[in-house]
Write a new protein. Structure first.
Length: 387
C-alpha cells in the first residue's frame, strides 16, 4: 500500500505541494462520476419514467453533482493565481514558458484519449468520417462549442476543458493586473463587486444559456472566486492560521447551498457564488476539512482527477450498456447501489493504471523531454537488435 501511494502521488514539479488542493479535486470529481453513473443507470437499466417519490428526489440530488465542475473552475482560478500572488523570484513573467508548460502537461493525455474515443465512435457509429473529423479537430483545438454550439460528441465532458483553456489564456493578465493593486482591501472589494456585476450582466445578456454557458462568458465568476481565494491564501496567512470549526460547518452548509442554487436564475447564481466562496474558505480556515482533504488516499485520488475526468464517461457508457444487454431487474436504490459500487471500483482501478502510464510521466517538470528520450532510447534498442 505504501509503495502504491508513493508511486501514485503527484510528482515534484519544483513547487510546494499542497495536498488539500488535490483533496478539493477529489471532492469535485466524485459527484461528477456519480452523476454520470446515475444518468446511464436511468438511461440503460431503470428508466427515468419509473422515478417517483423518494427515488425521484434522490436522483435529483445526484444530478446536483454537476457543481463539481464549478469547483474545478474555481480551483483552476486558485492554482493559476498562486504564483502571481506570491510574486516571482525568477525574473519577468514569460507567457511562452507558462503556456508551453501547460501544453506539455495537459495535451498528451488529452490527445491520446480523444483520439482513442474518436476511433471507437467511428467504428461503432454511422457517423461519416469527414463529419467525425470535424468534431475531432474542433475538440482537439478546444473550439468545439464555438464551431458547433454544442457539447463535444466524442467525449461530452470535454466542454469544461474548453472553458479551462479559455481561462488559461487570460489568467496571467488578470492575475498580474489584480495583484498589481497593492491596496489589499480595495482590490478585494473591487473583485467582489466586479464578480457580482458580471453575474448580473451575464443573466441580462443571456450568457447563462447555451452556447455561451459552455464558455468563459458563462463561467468566469467561478474562476474569479479562485483568484480571490488565492489572495487570501497568500496575503492573509495570519488570519487563516487561526483555524476554527465554525468554518468546517460553513463548508458543509455552503456545499448544500450550491446543490440547490445551481440554476439559471440570477438570484440563485449570486447565492451560488457566495456559497462557492464559503466552501473555499472552509478549506483554508476550517479545522477538520483541510485535514480530511489531506488524508492519505483522498489527495492521491484527487491528483488523478484529470485521467478520471477524461475516461470515466466512456467507461460508464460501456458498463451500463452491458448491463442493459444481459438484463437487470431490481429496485432503483438497490440497482444503483450495486452497479455504482462496481462502476466506481472499475473507474478507480482503470484510472490508476491509465494515470500511472499515460498522465503521470507528463506531470514532471521535464516530463515531455523525458518521455521523448525514453521513446528514442526504446526505438534505438529495437533498431540495434534488428541490425
Amino acid at each position: 500500500m505504501q509503495w502504491l501511494l508513493k508511486n501514485l502521488k503527484r510528482p515534484n514539479s519544483g513547487r510546494a505541494y499542497l495536498p488539500f488542493v488535490d483533496g478539493i479535486r477529489f471532492v469535485a470529481i466524485l459527484p461528477v462520476v456519480i452523476l454520470h453513473a446515475n444518468e446511464r443507470f436511468l438511461r440503460y437499466v431503470y428508466g427515468e419514467h419509473n422515478l417517483e417519490g423518494a427515488t425521484e428526489q434522490v436522483s435529483y440530488l445526484i444530478s446536483r453533482g454537476a457543481i463539481g465542475v464549478m469547483i474545478f473552475f474555481a480551483l483552476s482560478g486558485f492554482v493559476l493565481a498562486l504564483p502571481f500572488a506570491k510574486g516571482s523570484s525568477n525574473g519577468p513573467f514569460s507567457y511562452k514558458k507558462y503556456f508551453t508548460r501547460r501544453l506539455e502537461r495537459l495535451e498528451p493525455p488529452y490527445i491520446f484519449w480523444m483520439s482513442l474515443f474518436a476511433l471507437v465512435l467511428f467504428l461503432k457509429s454511422n457517423i461519416p468520417f469527414e463529419q467525425l473529423a470535424g468534431h475531432y479537430f474542433s475538440s482537439i483545438f478546444y473550439v468545439h462549442n464555438i464551431v458547433y454550439a454544442d457539447f463535444p460528441i466524442i467525449n461530452p465532458v470535454a466542454w469544461s476543458l474548453e472553458v479551462e483553456i479559455q481561462y488559461y489564456l487570460l489568467a496571467p493578465f488578470l492575475a498580474i493586473g489584480y495583484f498589481s493593486m497593492k491596496a489589499v482591501v480595495k482590490r478585494r472589494l473591487m473583485l467582489i463587486g466586479f464578480t457580482a456585476l458580471f453575474i448580473v450582466a451575464q443573466h441580462l445578456l443571456g450568457w447563462q444559456f447555451q452556447p455561451f454557458r459552455a464558455s468563459l462568458l458563462g463561467q468566469l465568476q467561478h474562476f474569479l472566486i479562485g483568484l480571490f481565494a488565492a489572495d487570501l491564501f497568500v496575503h492573509s496567512k495570519n488570519w487563516l492560521a487561526a483555524k476554527h470549526r465554525a468554518y468546517d460547518l460553513l463548508g458543509v452548509i455552503s456545499f448544500a447551498i450550491m446543490m440547490f442554487t445551481w440554476t439559471d436564475d440570477m438570484e440563485k447564481a449570486l447565492l451560488f457564488s457566495v456559497a462557492l466562496c464559503g466552501f473555499f474558505l472552509s478549506t483554508l480556515k476550517g479545522r477538520s476539512i483541510p485535514q480530511i482533504l489531506s488524508f492519505k488516499w483522498i489527495p492521491v485520488i484527487g491528483g488523478m482527477c484529470y485521467t478520471i475526468y477524461l475516461t470515466h464517461l466512456p467507461l460508464l457508457e460501456l458498463f451500463y450498456s452491458f448491463i442493459a444487454k444481459i438484463g437487470y431487474s431490481t429496485t432503483y436504490f438497490l440497482g444503483l447501489t450495486i452497479s455504482l459500487s462496481i462502476a466506481l471500483a472499475m473507474v478507480l482501478l482503470s484510472s490508476i493504471i491509465f494515470y500511472r502510464v499515460i498522465e503521470r510521466p507528463f506531470m514532471k517538470k521535464d516530463g515531455m523531454s523525458q518521455v521523448i528520450d525514453k521513446v528514442k532510447s526504446l526505438f534505438g534498442k529495437k533498431m540495434a537488435k534488428t541490425e
